[in-house]
Design a protein. Structure first.
Length: 232
């Protein structure tokens, strides 16, 4: 399936050879607000996973051309940090351990309720998958992604929960231009623009708090596009 183009919705890749199962998972994830691409064979899935910025991957282990564990290992070896949820009929402890040791972020045994699939994907995206790290450095700021604490030169920076989420999203993409629709999707979990200046207001408040903390980090406005975190 050719990836669709969207800057405002998260995109999921489903690597699954059973068309009925793949179509069902696709519809469940679409209903949960995602764009979804399907790869029916391992090689197509691997190619798409390495060439497209997916927010999560759902991977079947029994594929016609290659074992899913090998695909998983390849993706991690190639540096892919996308959250991967393994979905398979295999249910032994050894199967679970193999998948997790190979780099899976979660494990779903078929058949599973639709709402469980959606919830596991959401959770994997929140945790950040293999790209997840407990601490993130951005200029003179240090973010603890577990406690949601921020420090500047070892001094705490007081932020609201929304300000922290906004800063973390920008910090994980420092130097990149992040659009307002992307922020609405990832920070506010909205698939539409409510027609207000909510993003601009929160960015201005966060920018002020960073200046008050003495940080050299700034949020730069990219005219006509969005924002970029300037590390100073």
């Amino acid at each position: 399936m050719v990836p669709t183009q969207s800057d405002t919705r998260m995109r999921i890749l489903v690597i699954e050879d059973d068309r009925l199962v793949a179509d069902l998972m696709r519809q469940v994830l679409i209903d949960d607000g995602y764009d979804v691409d399907i790869a029916p064979v391992a090689e197509d899935g691997r190619r798409l996973a390495l060439s497209t910025a997916y927010d999560a991957i759902v991977l079947d282990l029994e594929l016609p051309d290659r074992n899913g564990i090998a695909v998983l290992q390849d993706l991690r070896r190639e540096g892919s940090t996308t959250p991967i949820v393994v979905a398979t009929a295999h249910d032994t402890t050894a199967d679970v351990v193999r998948a997790l040791d190979a780099g899976a972020d979660d494990y779903l045994q078929k058949p599973f309720p639709n709402e469980v699939l959606a919830a596991r994907v959401r959770a994997a995206i929140r945790r950040g998958g293999a790209r997840s790290m407990e601490r993130v450095s951005a200029g003179d700021l240090t973010l603890n992604r577990v406690s949601h604490e921020v420090h500047c030169h070892n001094k705490p920076v007081s932020l609201t929960a929304r300000q922290y989420s906004l800063l973390e999203f920008l910090a994980m993409r420092a130097g990149e231009t992040v659009t307002r629709p992307m922020l609405l999707e990832h920070v506010w979990h909205l698939q539409f623009d409510p027609g207000s200046n909510v993003v601009d207001v929160h960015v201005a408040q966060l920018r002020k708090r960073l200046r008050e903390s003495g940080s050299v980090v700034d949020i730069r406005t990219v005219r006509g596009e969005g924002y970029s975190l300037d590390l100073g």
